[in-house]
Each structure stands twice: as C-alpha cells, then as structure tokens.
Design a protein around this ligand. Structure first.
Ligand SMILES: *Cc1c(COP(=O)(O)O)cnc(C)c1O
Length: 354
C-alpha cells in the first residue's frame, strides 16, 4: 500500500533552507524554521537544522514536545491556550503572546518549575489576526509584563498576510521598529528581537527594502515550497518541487461531462453546475477530500484538468493529455500550502523520502 504518497526530497528542502538562511543572515536576520506545514516530521526537521535554521517554530505544542531532544530553541507560534500553559513553559523556550491574562498564567507555571519563559509580544499592524492593535494597550501590557518575575520580554513581533492579506512593507515594518524603540526608551529595556513576519516578508530582502532593525523572520512555506508568499514568486536558487504528490488511477473511462438525471445536492451539500463539453476521457484517482481539497492540487502534466473530488475520489479530465494513462498509472501533482498542510495531516497519504 504505497499510494497516495507524498514524495519528499530532503536534499531539495535542505538546499532551500540554506539558500533562505543565507539570504536572511546576510541581512542580519535570524531564521525561525517553521515546521507546522509538515506536522514537524522528524526527517524534514533534521534537514532544516542542517540547512542552518536558528530556532524551531511550530504552532502546536504537541509538535514541540515531540522535538524536545533537539538542542535548538523552540518557539510556539500560535498564541498559547491558557489550558496548555503548563506544557508551553515546559516545551517551548519562547512563545508569541498578546493577552496579559495568558502571560500571567505562563508566569505562574514557569515559577512552578523554576524556569524563565521568554515571550515575544505580538503587534497587529493591520492584518487583523493576532496581536495588540491599539498602541496604548501595547504599553499597558508591557507595564504588566514587567511585574512578572519569570517572564522575559525578549522581543516584539508581527504577523502579516495571513488573514487580511496585508503585505509587509517599509511603512508597516518601520512602525514595528518605532514601537520597539518607544518601549526601550520608556521602560529602559533591551528588546532584542524584532520578528518581522513570515514567508511574505522575504521579497523585501530581495529588493533590499527590509527596514534596518528587523532581525528575525519565521519561515515555513518559502523553505518547503520555494516561494515567497507576498506575490507567490519562486525564490532564486530554490526548488519548487521538493514535495510531489502521487496518486493512482482506479478508473479511466469515456463519459459525458454533464450528469444524467435530476440534479440534487452533492456529497458536501452543494448544488453542482455542469457545462456540457460532450464525451470526455475521465480518470478517477484514489485520493479525496479526506486527504486534500482538489483546489489545492496542481497537476504537473499541464494537459490534465481537475474536474472535482469527493471524500475519497479525485476526478480528472485527461482527454487532452499526450501521455497515455492507464488504470494503475500514477499521476503527479504539486500542491499549494494548504494542500501540503492537509496531506501531511492525512494518515492515508504515505510519506516517502527520495
Ligand atoms: C505559520 C506561521 C508562520 C510561518 O508562515 P509561512 O508563510 O509558512 O512562512 C510564521 N508566523 C506565525 C505566527 C505563523 O502562524
């Protein structure tokens, strides 16, 4: 049982990591290698480390716990749940935070195990996912953090292009730096880290537009898929095909393109609409929405058209393909970020290292 499978080129991921680490280090920026898209898969984490990342970052504390034997510092990317505070101080060296109530509980838990916990305070520069939005609340929160003995405020950070699609630019990142300077001055603090975003900040390095003072980026997609995510462009000297999804054809038949009969709703509660393109050669592959949504699948054979999918079936139109597919043939795909995320999460998709 080897299909569907995702073929992972460890060499390509290692190459991508070292190219991006080089680009960042050249600009005085340290790299948090983000492992959540591949569920912190051990083999991939190892090559990211060999590629030179400075910190391991993941959104799930379960993943960081599993990686506890690695020496690099570990950063929890998603704001902690209060209910997981005990695990957070134990398995993460650093966490991103925006809520003083949570930070207070982290402090209590850190005291309990005689540890100091490092936090990066998240600032919302307009993307409207996590982070403190109002500037007065930023300073109020800092004042309260300073009363907590076992919490070290080591940095401030932001996250962009995740919910609102807001792009990092000179203006919003300069605002982050000026907030840092205000905090330093007001409270006589040394704020060491200014964490300037994710893979969507990489394009600023390429254009030499990264404001001085940003000294950390948290990078996942750019390493794994070789793309910056502000404009979706490939990054020079990286591979875009380090991950390839392969699945098997289980039916290949000529059929009409328009279903026959009265149309109700499909398996997912939608009322589908169909165009009549006559008789087409249709291939069914043994993979479905339980593994990956068809919108996240990108055929490598450009003549394949994706028709749709249900929970366990992917339907393709292969009429225009030059390649002669048969039942049992394997079809290859690249994936979007969301697609990679879901195939790594699906236990039905085998992970094969090549
Ligand atoms: C996922 C995540 C990242 C990494 O994003 P990429 O687009 O994969 O580089 C960085 N920071 C936070 C807070 C995240 O949740």
């Amino acid at each position: 049982m080897c299909y569907p499978r995702v073929e992972i080129s460890l060499d390509k991921i290692r190459n991508n990591t070292s190219k991006i680490v080089y680009l960042c280090h050249e600009n005085g920026i340290s790299v948090v290698g983000v492992t959540k898209v591949f569920c912190a898969n051990d083999e991939i984490v190892k090559v990211m480390i060999r590629g030179g990342i400075d910190i391991i970052g993941d959104s799930r504390i379960e993943n960081l716990k599993r990686l506890k034997s690695y020496k690099l510092p570990k950063l929890l990317l998603r704001l902690p749940m209060i209910s997981e505070a005990r695990e957070v101080v134990k398995y993460a060296d650093i966490s991103l935070n925006s809520e003083i109530d949570t930070i207070k509980i982290l402090s209590k838990e850190a005291i309990r195990i005689a540890k100091k916990h490092n936090i990066i305070l998240m600032i919302d520069l307009g993307d409207l996912r996590e982070g403190i939005f109002h500037e007065t609340l930023i300073y109020k929160t800092v004042e309260k953090i300073l009363l907590l003995d076992s919490i070290n405020l080591i940095g401030i950070g932001t996250n962009l292009t995740c919910y609102g699609g807001v792009l990092p630019d000179k203006n919003n990142l300069k605002r982050l730096i000026s907030i840092k300077e205000n905090i330093q001055e007001k409270y006589k603090l040394d704020i060491k880290i200014v964490s300037g975003g994710n893979s969507s900040s990489i394009h600023l390095l390429k254009k030499s537009e990264m404001p001085k003072g940003i000294n950390q980026l948290r990078v996942g997609e750019a390493i794994v898929l070789g793309r910056e995510t502000a404009y979706g462009n490939p990054i020079q000297h990286t591979y875009q095909d380090a991950l390839i999804l392969k699945c098997e054809i289980i039916e290949l038949q000529n059929k009409p393109s328009k279903p026959i009969g009265v149309i109700g709703i499909d398996a997912f509660g939608n009322k589908p609409l169909f165009e009549d393109n006559g008789i087409r050669k249709r291939a069914i592959c043994a993979i479905g929405k339980q593994d990956i949504y068809h919108k996240d699948i990108i055929p490598i054979d450009k003549n394949i058209e994706i028709i749709g999918s249900s929970s366990d079936h992917l339907i393709l139109d292969v009429t225009n393909c030059k390649k002669k597919y048969k039942v049992g043939s394997k079809v290859e795909f690249k994936m979007t970020y969301g697609g990679a995320l879901s195939v790594f999460t699906s236990k039905y998709v085998k992970k094969i290292y090549v």
